[in-house]
Design a protein around this ligand. Sequence first.
Ligand code: KG4
Ligand code: ZN
Length: 361
Amino acid sequence: MSRTLTLLGIESSCDDTAAAIVRLGSAGPEILSSQVLGQTALHGAYGGVVPEIAARAHAERLDGVVDEALAVAGISLDQIDAIAVTAGPGLIGGVLSGVMLARGLAAAKGLPLMPVNHLAGHALTPRLTDGIAFPYLMLLVSGGHCQFLLVEGVDRFMRLGGTIDDAPGEAFDKTAKLLGLPQPGGPSVEAEAALGDPARFHFPRPLLDREGCDMSFSGLKTALLRARDALVAEKGGLTVQDRRDLCAGFQTAVADVLAKKTSRAIEVVAGRPTALAVAGGVAANRAIRGALEAVAARAGVPFLAPPLRLCTDNAAMIAWAGIERLRAGLSPTTDFVARPRWPLDERAPSLLGSGKKGAKA
Ligand code: KG4
Ligand code: ZN
């Protein structure tokens, strides 16, 4: 398809209300706008995302965010070629809010509608930012998700493994909570860890000796809880240095597991991937990013981490996935349903909890 394609993307699967305009022209893709309205303040008091509050907020805010995306891009709906919308996986109320708006706009303007898997949005982002060729290896590592994928095509993903319980971001958030650090836990634990001694506490690295690319992070938080309680029992509380050392030990264990399993994933698909790409909020962690970069360098595979605003939830990745699908000849359709669960690789055996406990993906 040689003509320019301009898509409106809509994302509302968790706690970010997002809309974006992405254009693919002869010079490559361009993000004309990418608006993300978070809901952290709305859910803060509850210690997690409340599905009903999220759905209502999306329903109230989506219109405005779409208008904003059009205004920032400086175009009207009449200049849009198609609409791409997240149709799952995620919190069903939120997904439905986005799908209903997209259906309404598409019907009113006579525009084609492309349903998009949110995880495919994450997985295809390195092609939007860096234009890399298939197949590449992707590690998706966020607050609700952790899996290795060989991205073989626009609609072809091979799941190599993932967490069998908590996602690493969730483990960071729980660690912060256990140590009285602010949420989101990732950045606060990272800041403490930078001043700590990673060798003082040795936390478990489950499944490292097991074949394959599956991971487990739930034991880590139990071990951290025990270490914290032992210190409290011994000394009546934690010193500033105790906290830093606990964070450093925890972060090193997560980085270690991710690095070793990444190395194994590269072996499993030996010689095939053009690059190792990461996405998700946890990819912001410098220690983890550094460890992954080192693994890629050792394996002689280029390492790629899209800018953080495109690693975390956004609608530009949804618009882009829509463009990719259209370009690959996949047909737009209104004949689809919103799906709370939607594995990218339907052939992969589903794991207990599918490695996804939280609402975020
Ligand atoms: O991708 P994201 O914004 O949302 C989804 O989960 O989809 O990721 C958020 C997660 C949170 O759990 C947060 O604690 C974690 O990413 N995170 C980090 C860092 N920054 C954010 N984890 C470790 N180190 C960081 N610097
Ligand atoms: Zn996501």
